[in-house]
Design a protein around this ligand. Structure first.
Ligand SMILES: Cc1cc2nc3c(=O)[nH]c(=O)nc-3n(C[C@H](O)[C@H](O)[C@H](O)COP(=O)(O)O)c2cc1C
Length: 187
């Protein structure tokens, strides 16, 4: 919680950690948050979730978070599910990023946005390879968008291309700014 960065993310969803993801358990998450919020918060705190959580598991995390000044959720980390995979030689272990997990992340954005009525900042992450992909997450409820695989494949100029594309898409739909588009498909 030092001076670096604009926000802090607590990653409770690393798909490669030894011992699994203990903090998706609400009792353990509660002990973690209790300790964390004993330190005075200087910047927003987000929780990074696994896209493999079902709705009931997500809801129990939301229930615990209600009691603490959590600002939002990063939806999401990579998936352990082997869905939408074309490469048959893929290793059995490890998280999958990019297009195969886009839909899982988008479903989680929708669920949290609907369930909490837009109370939290949602950082949409997973499978963003175009302005349209980013815009979809915004319309579902994300007010920030992150991309990792997209930048690896397309390079750093890709961010500027997406931002210009977003301006075009917002104008096309008659929005004056991004805030107006956040969550429109889930209101
Ligand atoms: C090579 C690689 C390393 C990653 N390492 C981390 C990590 O250390 N912590 C984390 O929270 N997420 C990590 N991720 C997950 C990404 O932050 C992101 O949640 C996921 O890749 C989905 O976004 P994308 O489809 O744009 O890649 C990693 C992803 C990749 C591809």
């Amino acid at each position: 919680m030092g001076e670096v960065g604009d926000y802090t993310t607590i990653n409770i969803s690393c798909p490669n950690a030894f011992g699994g993801e203990p903090f998706t358990d609400s009792v353990k998450l509660e002990s973690l948050l209790k300790k964390i919020f004993e330190i005075q918060k200087k910047k927003p705190i987000f929780l990074k979730l696994s896209p493999d959580l079902n709705e009931a598991e997500t809801d129990s995390i939301l229930e615990v978070c209600k009691k603490y000044p959590v600002d939002g959720f990063v939806c999401s980390n990579s998936t352990k599910k082997r869905v939408n995979i074309i490469d048959k030689d893929l290793p059995e272990k490890g998280g999958i990023s990019g297009k195969p997990m886009e839909e899982l992340a988008n479903r989680q954005i929708s669920h949290i946005y609907r369930k909490t009525g837009g109370k939290y900042v949602i950082v949409g992450c997973g499978g963003v390879f175009s302005a349209e992909d980013a815009y979809k997450k915004i319309r579902l409820g994300a007010s920030l968008v992150q991309l990792v695989s997209g930048v690896i494949y397309e390079g750093p100029q890709f961010i500027g291309e997406i931002n210009r594309g977003l301006v075009r898409l917002l104008r096309k739909d008659g929005f004056g700014n991004i805030s107006q588009a956040v969550g429109v498909d889930n209101r």
